[in-house]
Ligand binder design. Structure first.
Ligand SMILES: CC(C)(COP(=O)(O)OP(=O)(O)OC[C@H]1O[C@@H](n2cnc3c(N)ncnc32)[C@H](O)[C@@H]1OP(=O)(O)O)[C@@H](O)C(=O)NCCC(=O)NCCS
Length: 177
């Protein structure tokens, strides 16, 4: 385990995370990469509401990312319905002051263990907007494979963009027929 991996953990949210979450999430360089459900500007009320929702979850599917015992971002999965109930979409953000330290890569690795182990999921997937190579790199470092590009599927900030779709299969389910 390298230096960075010892300092990163996932944990449940607490009310103490509200001010930092609002501060780090209130950044156009973050929100431009997220769905429109991620507000901009991002207020204290938004953080409070998000944490309230997360605290009702059973099982817990959204977690705080801690680096050196400090809140630095969020990571979560959204589990599919009906025939998609063994699949989940993964999503995450790291506050800008903490970028390029390997934190997202470690957090995604930890979430993979949680999603495939504790949640028993067979597949994680997500779509990344074409202008976000850092997030594509994170997923590639974590073993995700690019499954295709959905042309002009995203309408964000008044423009159409391609979306790069990535997925990772739980090795336990790989040979299931
Ligand atoms: C994308 C994001 C999660 C990355 O977090 P991070 O903690 O900086 O990621 P890591 O440090 O683990 O890895 C980043 C990798 O991208 C690379 N990278 C960074 N900027 C890049 C760029 N412009 N082009 C190509 N690669 C880039 C880094 O060099 C690093 O790869 P390396 O380890 O091979 O050098 C973070 O920037 C973020 O939260 N962005 C806003 C929200 C977002 O995009 N969420 C994901 C939505 S799909």
């Amino acid at each position: 385990m390298n230096e960075i991996s010892r300092n990163i953990q996932l944990r449940s949210f607490t009310e103490n995370d509200i001010p930092l979450m609002a501060m780090l999430a209130n950044n156009e360089k973050v929100s431009r990469n997220m769905r429109d459900g991620f507000p901009h500007p991002y207020t204290l009320e938004d953080a409070k509401g998000f944490i309230w929702i997360c605290r009702q979850q059973d099982p817990v599917i959204a977690l705080a990312i801690e680096f050196d015992d400090e809140y630095v971002g969020n990571i979560g999965v959204s589990i599919g319905n009906d025939v998609y109930r063994k699949s989940a979409e993964i999503g995450y953000f790291i506050g800008e002051p903490y970028w390029n330290k390997g934190i997202a890569t470690m957090a995604v690795d930890l979430m993979i263990d949680y999603a495939f182990g504790k949640l028993g999921l067979a597949r994680l997937h997500t779509g990344i907007f074409e202008y976000n190579p850092a997030s594509m790199r994170v997923l590639e470092k974590c073993g995700f494979q690019k499954e295709g590009v959905f042309i002009k599927s995203v309408f964000k900030n008044g423009r159409l963009w391609n979306e790069h779709r990535y997925a990772l299969i739980n090795p336990k389910w790989k040979h299931e027929f």
